[in-house]
Write a protein that binds this ligand. Structure first.
Ligand SMILES: [Zn+2]
Length: 397
């Protein structure tokens, strides 16, 4: 693993705006190409294929892309376990978003298409909130895992959304935590715009991570191979406008970790109001990430080696992408990764081979330190530990 300096202009073009005004600010080798795949064998996990991060910032539109991303290296199959539906906190949030979207865009009785529906939970929340019907498109969708009670209203298309799908005939297009996995973002949005044709009333509802916070906190655990595209409020708005949409609003949600965007095809009057000007702040953030990354990694390494040196054990809580990314850089003195999703128990973390254990196993592990991979779950996790009688220090990244 290494991090390069800032500055070199890459040969690549920006996959959002097409300009060649790119600037490399972070380089890292040995990054597992997939961090949500279930790996049942420790050796296979340790030998998991790796790729490189060559993070490039576009000075023209503020978009950030991994120049070294190769989509052939990723796999989104039914082995892909991305669901957060085992967390009460996350489910409450997602249900709130579903209800809010249905209310504000008057989607009761209407038809919704979700691109990148994952395991399909969100469409079931929208069905509960009153939509008439829904279609979920995703290569990893597993209809067998969805409550048969939704069969009449929801249907599933296993596969990618590409040119073969045909017209998008719906009142709303939902796309959550998907755009950041798409490399050719301009092509993807153009495809959606074309598939909408003259349906100017269809609303687009997108949810994805906000990158400003990641840059300003040098949150290295939030940068990983599967996320090849990184957006801020401004760069996301600029991309949508460029692809023929009018952006109705972008807001921050989930403790300011996610961007929620609402848009619709632009009418004859054009894309509407201009995008927030965050280019200067983004560039500062990029420089901060680049210059602070090494210090942040080392601070975690030293904290964890301190625990081990004193004869204690440390675990991380959250065996998903952030966890994989954290362990690859700072996991040497971590004994296990805890997760509440039973589908992951007994599996291993890609890249480092840490075993994924159920919270109950912490009784025996008796950790001195629990590092929570997302601060939003601290309360939930502290309550779980208290219930188990595990006395550990709990801190979040
Ligand atoms: Zn650009």
């Amino acid at each position: 693993m290494e991090s390069g300096g800032t500055g070199p202009v890459t040969e690549a073009r920006c996959r959002a705006c097409g300009s060649g005004n790119l600037y490399l600010f972070h380089h890292q080798r040995g990054v597992p190409v997939n961090s949500c795949l279930l790996v049942g064998d420790e050796t296979e996990a340790i030998r998991f294929p790796t790729g490189e991060l060559s993070m490039a910032f576009c000075r023209t539109c503020g978009f950030i892309q991994n120049d070294s991303f190769d989509e052939k290296m990723t796999e989104y199959s039914d082995r892909y376990e991305e669901t957060q539906a085992f967390s009460k906190r996350f489910v409450e949030f997602a249900r709130g978003v579903a209800t809010d979207w249905v209310d504000r865009h008057d989607l009761r009785g209407k038809r919704v298409i979700e691109i990148g529906c994952g395991k399909g939970e969100f469409l079931t929340y929208m069905a509960d909130a009153g939509i008439g019907s829904g279609i979920g498109i995703d290569p990893g969708v597993d209809p067998a895992r969805i409550d048969p009670g939704y069969e009449e209203r929801l249907s599933w298309v296993p596969g990618w959304f590409d040119g073969s799908y045909g017209p998008l005939e719906a009142d709303a297009i939902v796309c959550r935590h998907t755009l950041e996995h798409v490399a050719e973002v301009q092509e993807f949005l153009t495809l959606i715009r074309e598939a909408l044709g003259d349906r100017l009333d269809t609303v687009l509802l997108f949810e994805l991570p906000d990158t400003m916070r990641v840059l300003e906190e040098a949150a290295f655990w939030d940068v990983y191979y599967e996320h090849c595209s990184y957006f801020s409020e401004g760069s996301l708005t600029r991309l949508f406008q460029q692809c023929g949409f009018e952006v109705l609003g972008v807001t921050l949600a989930y403790d300011d970790q996610y961007l929620l965007l609402e848009a619709r095809p632009a009418g004859p009057s054009g894309p509407g109001q201009s995008a927030p000007d965050d280019l200067e702040r983004l560039e500062k953030g990029v420089d901060h990430f680049s210059s602070t990354y090494r210090d942040v990694v080392e601070a975690w390494q030293s904290r964890l080696s301190g625990v081990a040196a004193g004869g204690g054990r440390a675990v991380i809580w959250g065996a998903s992408s952030k966890g994989v990314s954290f362990l690859v850089s700072a996991g040497e003195n971590v004994v296990a990764a805890v997760d509440i999703n039973p589908n992951k128990h007994g599996m291993y973390m890609a890249g480092t081979g840490h075993q994924i254990v159920a919270p109950e196993e912490l009784v025996e592990i008796a950790p001195e330190l629990v590092v929570v991979m997302n601060p939003i779950y601290i309360e939930e996790i502290t309550a779980d530990l208290a219930r188990l009688g595990v006395e550990a220090e709990v801190i979040a990244v």
